[in-house]
Design a protein. Structure first.
Lengths: 93, 168
């Protein structure tokens, strides 16, 4: 978890020019860090490459739009990292 | 090229589905109203159109890889370089390669060459989504046919070519 978070936080800091110290596991990527959908594509690309996964952004977005999930579930960084860990585990299973 | 209609790709030179690459050849027209303003006495293909040529080549590659089930829209151009002037009559060979096919987006690399010399290159991000209008898919399919895109085992019906889809 900490390794995943460190990697993700560094990606966000570098991609969006956000001071690394402002990025915490509790940060909401959209509400707290002000990351928009276009910047999130760059972040998703870097995460996909770094972890060898494919973040299911489309299904997440659909779930949020349909009220089946909240943005917190996917875009609060500790939750995002948990999803990433699940995808990594599923890949190596 | 028909610059006024944003028809930037003339023909497909090579498609490699395994390597996920596309080469296109594109001749800058000798005459266009664009050159009256860009620039008087010194006609140049506008740099933004070089990015458009690369983006369209990337888009046509991605559409073919997705079997024309989704539309691709230009989202960003990173590390874009315009290395030298491109003038009327020159042929731009564009090479596009899919680097990563993500969820709802794709990242590609593209470069353009004139007589082997690199004139432009960029990292291109395309956002993908279901076609917002059936006639758009029909237009893209007719464009693919016009430029000689190898369709291989892509299953595309006559009605779809005409843009007569009832759903996307």
């Amino acid at each position: 978890m900490s390794t995943t978070f460190e990697t993700v936080a560094n990606i966000i800091a570098e991609t969006c020019d956000i001071p690394r110290e402002n990025i915490t596991p509790e940060s909401h990527a959209i509400d707290d860090l002000g990351i928009d959908s276009l910047d999130f594509l760059d972040i998703a690309f870097a995460i996909d490459k770094a972890f060898g996964i494919k973040l299911p952004l489309e299904s997440w977005t659909q779930e949020v739009n349909e009220g089946k999930a909240t943005t917190e579930q996917y875009f609060v960084l500790k939750n995002l990292c948990a999803r990433i860990d699940e995808l990594i585990a599923a890949k190596s299973a | 090229m028909r610059l006024e209609y944003f028809q930037m790709i003339d023909k497909v030179v090579e498609l490699d589905l395994e390597a996920r690459t596309l080469r296109t050849a594109n001749t800058v027209p000798c005459e266009s109203p664009i050159f009256e303003g860009h620039f008087p006495g010194h006609p140049l293909l506008p740099g933004v159109l070089l990015f458009e040529i690369m983006a369209q080549s990337c888009g046509m590659l991605l559409l073919r890889l997705h079997n024309y089930d989704r539309m691709a829209f230009l989202a960003s151009v990173d590390k874009g370089k315009l290395r030298t002037f491109v003038v009327p009559g020159q042929v731009i060979d564009v090479f596009a390669r899919l680097e990563h096919d993500g969820s709802g987006y794709a990242r590609l690399k593209a470069e353009g060459r004139v007589e082997g010399k690199l004139v432009c290159n960029a990292d291109v991000t395309l956002k993908t989504m279901p076609f917002p209008a059936p006639e758009l898919r029909g237009y893209l399919l007719s464009t693919a046919e016009r430029i000689g895109m190898p369709m291989g085992d892509a299953v595309i019906g006559t009605a779809e070519r005409a843009g007569n889809l009832t759903h996307v």
